[in-house]
Design a protein around this ligand. Sequence first.
Ligand code: PGA
Length: 240
Amino acid sequence: MNLFVANWKMHMTRAEARAFAVELSRIVPPGGGGREIVIAPPFTALDALGDAEGRWRIGAQNVAADAKGAFTGEVCAKMLAELGCRYVIVGHSERRRLFNEGGATLVRKLERCREENLIPIYCVGETESERDDGVGNQILTDQAATLAGDPPDAPLVVAYEPVWAIGTGRAASPGDAAAARTLLAKLLSARRDLRILYGGSVTAGNCREMLEAAGMDGFLVGGASLDPKGFAAIAGFGNM
Ligand code: PGA
């Protein structure tokens, strides 16, 4: 089933999240209408967003690498599971770049997710200079190698998010996204339950082509997910 994930980053108070939920619930039918929709708000709004009629699920944008302990400011996987989270974004490029998260830390985060039956949305993607230097595929290969110890039977979502496309208004071409998708599918061919998403300046205007031409299983949406109508349109509801 196609998957549409709203990554709100550090936006939306609880009141704003509730208003978004009211509006989205007017557009998306109970049960989600044959797609899977996930909203990943800041931690503070997670419990304001549950939908009793199954229109969407909630996910977290991050998780601690440790299960519990003296880690001021961290939130562990068990706490997220208790709030009803189903998914956790792991390895977003903003976490890699701004918070120095790399392979070893991400392996531990993946392990913590699995202990609590949380499905990782594992992000990969090359920077602009890596692409220009012709090492984009190597970067994706290295980042995918972080998944080597993750159980192959467990459901996994991988998001291809070229760093140069995030928040820039310059989405990858469907052809480039398709090539990355093919590489990732090959690297992860042992996985039994894998969905590959595209992320990076997805809008209601460019999403159809990306879904069809690039063969994506859905999207990880940042900026355009802050508007309920626009996000619903990306998920294929209503007209935008
Ligand atoms: P964007 O962000 O849609 O605003 O480019 C995507 C992401 O960072 O997941």
